[in-house]
Design a binder for this molecule. Structure first.
Ligand code: AHR
Length: 323
């Protein structure tokens, strides 16, 4: 009986030690998991956002990071308090994808004081270089300029442009809207409608275009700041019997280049789709591993992105896409 009791005691001791976590063979210190706080915009904002969230979660899991992801759900103040909370919880890294580009100074200062590297992803935030560690974002104004350059090459007899903007104040909306507004001014094009759709909402975009059609507003270009809103606009035009796309009366420009949207480019429903690449997970993992290793990093990285044109896109190009 005594032997059995001692055996059980030894087994319990071994199991409890094992539960304390793996010890490093080299330092003998416990290999603590790297914890990354991620302040994401909205869970169901767009197909792009879903691909972005999945990319981050998958890459962080594969890297063995502990991920603490929170969602602002359209509320900038909520994102700020979420970020402050993650700093209080002493995450090892803070990654922010901001609903708004402005208003992040206090968070960035708090992270710096806490010794927590601040990484901005997707959307550049209005911060001086000393207040963030790294940036891996899209250049949204450059994306917009690609669309403007394409539009100019169409040499339309007249330009009556409907701008369906994204979330007001996000760097994605600000950059893309700046490009089309400056392009229209420089080329004498008319913007007949220019409104931002809260949450990049597809149904809001569809309703806005339906209302324009019902009011008799003439237009021949849809400049939709993401694929979902472009699809909403096309649904409204279809319902009204308006032709669009490659052989239609209305040119359709979209942003993001989700796979399903590229099928629409290939089918000639969208004329142009400007890529905004969401696959930031591996890029952030690489940054964190470099920082962990004490390596010098490239502080500001703009993601390389393509343009897809209905006149040149191929099946092979779509099949090669990963989102
Ligand atoms: O920040 C990128 C933008 O946010 C994408 O273009 C849009 O689809 C997403 O919701």
């Amino acid at each position: 009986m005594k032997k059995l009791f001692s055996a059980v005691l030894v087994l319990m001791l071994v199991l409890s030690l094992a539960a304390c976590g793996k010890k490093s063979e080299t330092t003998g210190k416990e290999d603590k998991k790297i914890t990354v706080g991620v302040v994401q915009t909205n869970a169901n904002e767009s197909d792009w956002r879903t691909a972005n969230t999945n990319s981050i979660n998958k890459a962080f899991e594969e890297a063995g990071f502990e991920t603490k992801m929170v969602f602002g759900e359209g509320d900038h103040a909520k994102q700020i308090s979420q970020a402050q909370q993650l700093i209080q919880e002493e995450v090892d890294y803070l990654v922010v994808l901001g609903l708004q580009s402005a208003g992040w100074e206090d968070v960035a200062k708090a992270a710096k004081e806490a010794g927590i590297p601040f990484i901005m992803a997707d959307r550049k935030l209005d911060l001086p270089e000393d207040l963030y560690t790294a940036m891996v974002c899209s250049d949204f104004e450059a994306e917009g300029k690609k669309a403007v350059d394409w539009l100019k090459k169409q040499n339309l007899p007249s330009y009556k442009i409907v701008v369906l903007g994204g979330d007001t104040g996000s760097s994605a909306q600000l950059g893309r809207s700046k490009a089309i507004e400056e392009g229209a001014a420089a080329n004498g094009w008319e913007i007949v409608f220019n409104q931002n759709m809260k949450g990049w909402d597809e149904n809001l975009a569809k309703q806005a275009v339906a209302d324009l059609i019902a009011s008799g507003t003439e237009f021949n270009v849809i400049y939709a700041e993401n694929d979902n809103m472009a699809r909403g606009a096309c649904d409204a035009m279809s319902a009204a019997g308006i032709t669009y796309g490659k052989n239609g009366d209305v040119k359709v420009i979209a942003f993001d280049a989700n796979k399903w949207a590229l099928e629409k480019v290939l089918a000639g429903e969208f004329n142009l789709d400007v890529e905004c690449n969401p696959l930031h997970g591996p890029r952030i993992v690489k940054l964190i591993k470099q920082l962990e290793a004490g390596e010098k990093i490239e502080k500001n990285v703009y993601v390389e992105e393509e343009v897809f044109d209905c006149d040149t896109i191929t099946r092979e190009m779509i099949d090669a896409r990963s989102y």
